[in-house]
Ligand binder design. Structure first.
Ligand SMILES: C[S@@+](CC[C@H](N)C(=O)[O-])C[C@H]1O[C@@H](n2cnc3c(N)ncnc32)[C@H](O)[C@@H]1O
Length: 210
């Protein structure tokens, strides 16, 4: 990345002004040892959820709720977010964030479990948006499940898709990097998807189901 590109990236990440709710959710994330989505990704999630008019969304990796708040803020007033995480402490922290925003409890369905166990139980073609932010080794399976879960026109969003800038360097063979390279190609080569990689945060891979 040129010096200018890196400055522009930092500028884009620093531009969103986050409110008290998101700041507290970030604090809880750090207390729990979690890495929430960046400010740039959080802002992008709100825009993507709003522009896709998502009424139903699934998130894998609730954490302490930073991305969940961002998604719900973009979704319509009666839209529902189903969010999955095996850690009950993380889910509790996320529920605090959702309550602080004032979202009615029936707008979030928090499911305690692992993505690989829960996603197969969700209904085919019932979701407008799927956001993946947990458990990198399972990303290829989550992408396959997401394609099944999305309605036509639905949006898939994969976080950390550039794996700390390692994906672009073919010499790096870290397990997570190899998986994310595979996911990028898998999505690009799937004729039922149109996709784009944004350099926002640590890479945000977007795909719409035709
Ligand atoms: C990076 S954090 C998510 C951050 C969150 N999206 C945010 O921006 O606030 C990853 C989360 O994934 C959860 N997790 C780990 N393994 C998982 C799995 N197999 N399925 C679903 N969630 C998992 C962890 O407990 C953790 O809360």
């Amino acid at each position: 990345m040129s010096a200018d590109k890196s400055t522009s990236w930092s500028y884009a990440e620093g531009l969103p002004v986050e409110d008290e709710v998101l700041r507290r959710a970030r604090e809880r994330s750090h207390e729990l040892g979690l890495f929430p989505v960046s400010a740039g990704v959080s802002a992008a999630l709100t825009v993507l959820a709003a522009s896709s008019k998502a009424q139903t969304a699934v998130e894998v990796g609730t954490g302490a709720g930073v991305s969940g708040v961002a998604l719900l803020r973009g979704m319509g007033p009666r839209a529902v977010l189903t969010t999955i995480d095996p850690d009950v402490e993380h889910l509790k922290a996320a529920r605090e964030a959702f309550a602080e925003v004032g979202f009615p409890a029936n707008r979030t369905r928090t499911i305690s479990g692992r993505g690989q166990d829960v996603l197969p139980r969700l209904t085919d073609g019932a979701y407008d948006l799927v956001f993946i932010d947990a458990d990198k080794p399972s990303f290829p399976d989550y992408v396959s499940q997401a394609v099944r879960l999305l309605k036509a026109g639905g949006l898939l969003v994969v976080n950390d898709a550039l794996d700390k800038d390692r994906v672009s360097d073919p010499a790096i063979r870290e397990a997570s990097t190899v998986v994310l390279r595979r996911v990028g190609k898998m999505i690009r080569d799937n004729d039922s998807l149109v996709s784009a990689m944004l350099p926002t945060g640590d890479g945000l891979l977007l795909a719409v189901k035709r």
